[in-house]
Design a protein around this ligand. Sequence first.
Ligand SMILES: [Zn+2]
Length: 378
Amino acid sequence: MFRFKVTKSSKKSRARLGVLKTAHGEVETPAFVGVATLGDIKTLSSDEAKTTGLQMTISNTFHLHLRPGEEVVAKGGGLNKFANLPFPTMTDSGGFQVFSLGFGFDSENSKIAKSRYQTKIAASAVPKNIKITDSGVHFSSPIDGRKIFLGPKESIAIQEKIGADIILAFDECPPPNADRKYLVASLARTHRWAAECLRAKKTSQAIYGIVQGSRFKDLRVRSAKAIGNMPFDGFAVGGEFGIGNAAMERMLGWVLDELPEEKPRHLLGVGYPDDILPMIRAGIDTFDCIAPTHYGRRGIAFTSSGRVDLTKTKYLSEHKALDKKCRCPVCADYTRAYLSHLIRAKEITGMRLLTEHNLHFINALTAACREKIRRGAL
Ligand SMILES: [Zn+2]
């Protein structure tokens, strides 16, 4: 079961309110989607994750395929039951991770890619650890070295067994420093693979197509038109778009103009606090990002007055709430000094508490955007 309804569109921007319905519940959009790579939001139980306002998670096909294997997840009743996830779930296609192995970029590429633009990857470039063919990608498992092949059919078959509510088409996520010729060839491959994914899917799971095209307007428009015309249930926007919010908004403007209004739009891998308002204003319904959980475990809190790096000694003398404007239990009951002490001592509890606060903070920020759209103020 999958339905999406836009319930209100902003008159002042392209922001919109909506409801996404799946067999595992409803999501009020715009919504942050928590990254549950292996099934879990690291350090939290599913119920704890839900109390932060989290409405949905995205898990990782590549990692779940490597371990424990999709058969184990299927025998456990599918992702929701196996991982006790009490809300709608998504899986990515695995493409991003496979291609990351090849050209060696990681999941934070959009924010730290600046220096990587300086060395260009040409159309003829051959990645070191993977072999890309027209039917998919050959690579060795980073865990035990066994040879694996992943293509559109394989990705869909794995995602069907994992059994999330929403699955993603297998795409090539080109490296941020790919040259234009490389991108043109890669985009054609992604579009062919999108059609193959639609043909391969046998379940009633919803499937999103992925728009690529990097930082080039004509390629983004070409991709949005091609993918937007295929009978997907929704669309995800992936890949590189340049540096900063202005580049993101410009790219989303090109892409969302071409996609059908009535279907949901997901932005892959973007969701720092500063990104949220611009992407919602541009018309994004859901988005996922590792930032709140990744930084939380490393002692960095997102607050209403900016980032607070609790690994620094100065916070040991701040016997006050982490963020006095935040309504989460961590800010109600713990001080910066104590949290800093836990983080500096590498206590798991410190990582857990900051993960909880950061998720609460991002979800509250997104909820505030929904409220603004409701009031006609965004
Ligand atoms: Zn808090």
